[in-house]
Design a protein around this ligand. Structure first.
Ligand code: OTU
Length: 657
């Protein structure tokens, strides 16, 4: 019944659509629209059914889809079709990503194009360019305060440059990832400007309150993202004479998604960037999309409906375009951004694995894997056609958002353990080598997060300063160990620019008044290509890190079991210093079994033994037939034990003649 109603509505909409749409070849569009209309209509109705002129908005939605379909370049439409046919394409182990700030890495878009050989040298075939859209000259949260969703920052280049870059990437098999900052605009965006000029229609694009009544009620349940620099979630605006909701910085205005116009605008923006050649869009701060009084205003069911609706709309216009969910929230909440009760991702195909990232740092600090193993085990399985973005560092801070129950099960007190981690990673704990700095300390509840580059956090900076050869070696090993896990765990590994050569903290941001209060800038470096040239000079840490990572990437791409088909099983080694898992065939996916790989990682600074008996349950018990695919040699075995040197990892294959 409902389907009939939605189809008669669809027919009406198609008749009402602008006449020039009908003159074009919309064959694929009609097929996909027919297939998705029921879902789109019911989601749109759930969100906006009570809005007057609902059907008019529905018509406009279909027009946005059709317009962007007609604008979609032919070669991208071809890619859509290929990806529809091979819809698991992004689960393959061949993908290895890097996230970078354009100015710090290559200056501008032209410069980035010239770096394609560098990506190829290392094996990178997915590049996430951090926000490059027009943003205010002063404070802009590293580009996450956007003042025009369709214009690129002048210093970065032009729209033509981005299309050219996308084409060059495509030619070389590199995927382009761009940000779409869905949750907020800069206070200098024209919608905000118009609101300040008194335009009522734009006032509804944001949340604006004339007095403190509602803001105060909201505040009772809303946490703060940047409690030290931007306390509270509302900012007084003189010209409006009202309180604007600003969950992040005071110059980032939250968009009001209960207004269907906002949804349509942002849908148009997502499809626009897809049409410029983005293969993937990173949807920023998705957990925050829906605001509800009396709640934390995070992870609301409506935020999920919005993402489903964005996804279904993309399936009509640009089905090849993937979404990355940036939801740095509790482990059990993150996984919901793939969509629930489904097989195929209904929301985002890819999600940042912040839980795994933070756990890796926890294991590094404690030298044991108790919490890592507990927390991974208590995560529910993810959907089949969805994958993680696994990373060690990114442009943001590290937060210890583990589940308290997991911490307790690992034998720690949650509060105390988080304080320990904080002290350890900021080098305050006795014996710690780590060079992090606190970020966003919250005086009210004692919460804090950590900034710092991978190499500084892993102790390389400290060891180099001490000229301690042994410690330099250990730090390099830690850097490689952490990467070995994001390469083998299942998901797309995302390197952070500069980490491939062990870049240290950079404190020059302190001299910039627009950045000085945000310690995240210490790990957003301007790369020095002369230092990077040391990647070819044996004996330097740059050389060791870069060349070993390059080797690791090449080997990962050859290991079929590393593709992400939910084919990982954690293995308890009865030794807390070791993290172990098996990657093997999955009955649903692998018609021909893949060669199983046993991953072992030692987080301790001393050698550790893995009992071969534990491995034999998985068919890896015979030391004479094991090969470590990373070193290309058999692992060291002594009596009935496999011996891992400090911070060593193995990618074991079995059955070597
Ligand atoms: C994201 O961050 C971006 O990655 C940050 O760089 C931006 O400052 C922020 O959004 C605002 O655009 O929203 O879902 O350091 O982890 O703010 C989580 C805190 C986010 C970030 C958090 C994150």
């Amino acid at each position: 019944m409902y389907e009939q109603v939605s189809h008669s509505l669809l027919n009406r909409i198609l008749n009402d659509m602008k006449p020039d749409f009908h003159k074009r070849d919309l064959r694929h569009f009609y097929t996909r629209l027919g297939a998705n209309f029921y879902a789109i209509h019911s989601l749109f109705e759930k969100l906006y059914g009570n809005v007057p002129d609902f059907e008019e908005y529905m018509l406009r939605l279909v027009e946005v889809l059709a317009k962007n379909y007609l604008d979609r370049p032919y070669d991208l439409q071809e890619i859509d079709i290929t990806r529809e046919e091979d819809h698991n394409w992004f689960l393959h182990q061949q993908w290895v990503g890097m996230a970078l700030y354009l100015d710090g890495f290559a200056g501008n878009l032209q410069g980035l194009k010239e770096k394609i050989p560098y990506f190829q040298e290392l094996g990178i075939n997915l590049v996430h360019i951090m926000p490059i859209l027009k943003s205010p000259a002063g404070k802009s949260d590293g580009g996450y305060a956007v003042s025009d969703f369709r214009e690129i920052n002048k210093q970065a280049g032009t729209l033509d440059d981005i299309r050219e870059l996308a084409a060059a990437f495509r030619k070389h098999g590199i995927l382009l990832t761009l940000d779409v900052v869905l949750n907020h605009t800069s206070s200098q965006h024209k919608w905000a400007e118009k609101t300040r000029q008194g335009d009522l229609q734009y006032q509804d694009y944001f949340f604006i309150f004339e007095d403190r009544n509602l803001p105060d009620m909201f505040e009772q349940a809303m946490p703060e993202v940047f409690p030290d620099t931007d306390p509270g979630n509302f900012t007084w605006d003189e010209s409006i004479q009202g309180w604007v909701m600003t969950v992040f910085h005071d110059y980032q205005w939250d968009l009001n998604y209960s207004n269907p116009k906002v949804f349509l605008e942002m849908l148009d923006v997502i499809l626009f960037w897809g049409n410029q050649g983005a293969d993937i869009v990173r949807l920023d701060a998705v957990a925050f999309l829906w605001k509800e009084l009396g709640t934390s205003c995070q992870n609301r069911p409506e935020a999920h409906l919005l993402l489903q609706l964005f996804k279904d709309c993309c399936q009509v216009t640009a089905p090849g375009l993937l979404f990355i969910a940036e939801a740095i929230v509790a482990p059990l909440e993150v996984i919901k951004y793939f969509g629930e009760d489904a097989v195929v991702a209904k929301e985002c195909e890819i999600a940042y694995n912040a839980t795994f990232m933070a756990l890796l740092w926890e294991a590094t600090a404690t030298h044991n894997c108790k919490l890592l193993a507990h927390a991974i085990k208590s995560l529910p399985g993810k959907l089949d056609r969805a994958t993680w973005l696994n990373y060690v560092r990114c442009h943001d801070d590290i937060g210890f958002g583990f589940d308290d129950e997991d911490i307790k099960n690992a034998g720690y007190d949650p509060g105390e353990h988080r304080r320990f981690l904080m002290k350890y990673l900021t080098g305050e704990f006795e014996g710690s080598y780590a060079g992090g700095q606190p970020f966003a300390f919250n005086e009210k509840n004692g919460d804090a997060r950590v900034s710092g580059t991978l190499a500084s956090l892993a102790g390389l900076e400290y060891a180099m300063a001490q000229q301690d050869v042994q410690e330099v070696d250990f730090a390099v090993r830690r850097i490689l160990l952490l990467h070995s896990l994001i390469f083998s765990f299942g998901g797309i590994p995302l390197l952070y620019y500069g980490d491939e050569v062990g870049t240290f903290n950079d404190f020059s941001y302190l001299e910039d008044e627009n950045r000085a209060d945000d310690s995240r800038w210490m790990h957003r470096p301007r790369l020095n290509w002369e230092t990077l040239a040391r990647r070819d000079e044996p004996g330097t840490p740059e050389y060791t890190i870069f060349q070993e990572l390059r080797k690791m990437i090449a080997i990962r791409k050859e290991i079929d079991a590393f593709a992400d088909f939910n084919n990982r099983e954690l293995v308890d080694m009865d030794n807390d210093h070791l993290f172990a898992f098996l990657r093997s065939s999955h009955p649903r996916y692998h018609q021909h079994p893949v060669e199983p790989i046993f991953v072992l990682a030692n987080f301790d600074r001393h050698p550790q033994a893995a009992d071969l008996k534990a491995l034999s349950a998985y068919g890896f018990g015979d030391s004479r037939s094991l090969l470590d695919l990373f070193t290309g040699r058999p692992p060291h075995c002594f009596r009935n034990e496999l011996i891992l040197s400090p911070y060593q990892f193995c990618w074991l294959k079995n059955g070597v003649a």
